[in-house]
Design a protein around this ligand. Structure first.
Ligand SMILES: Nc1nc2c(c(=O)[nH]1)N=C([C@H](O)[C@@H](O)CO)CN2
Length: 117
């Protein structure tokens, strides 16, 4: 299976465990690797047969703006499920960074893999 990827997709959302986090917006960054058969799109040179990374990024951005969670684990799980369902992606590796969370760390986050390649 081929891969379509998006690195460091920035979204702004309200997320966090602590009370002070529930009334502000924070930056998250998504790295997405999505399994997809790119050959039909390539052979026909047709975006309608491709996994359109622009459409994926819009769906992720809209979801993150419209939902509020405490844990980045929950955001990661819900976004992975959404992409798999909406875009018929059989396997996804999703890394979610919350760079502002720990001042002494460059970044931190979670990484999940769902589905089969
Ligand atoms: N495994 C996790 N640990 C923590 C999370 C989280 O979402 N997953 N969140 C927080 C706080 O919201 C933190 O980011 C505030 O700076 C702490 N630990």
């Amino acid at each position: 299976m081929d891969i379509v990827f998006i690195k460091q997709l920035e979204v702004i959302t309200t997320i966090g465990v602590y009370e002070w986090e529930k009334s502000l917006q924070q930056k998250l960054y998504f790295d997405l690797e999505m399994a997809f058969d790119n050959r039909p799109a390539a052979v026909n040179d047709d975006i309608n047969l491709a996994l359109n990374y622009f459409s994926v990024s819009e769906v992720v951005n809209q979801f993150a703006q419209q939902h509020q969670f405490e844990l980045i684990e929950t955001m990661a799980e819900r976004v992975a499920a959404l992409i798999m369902e909406q875009f018929s992606v059989p396997w996804i590796k999703l890394t979610l960074h919350k760079p502002g969370a720990l001042p002494k760390a460059q970044s931190l986050g979670v990484q999940i893999e769902r589905g089969t390649r």
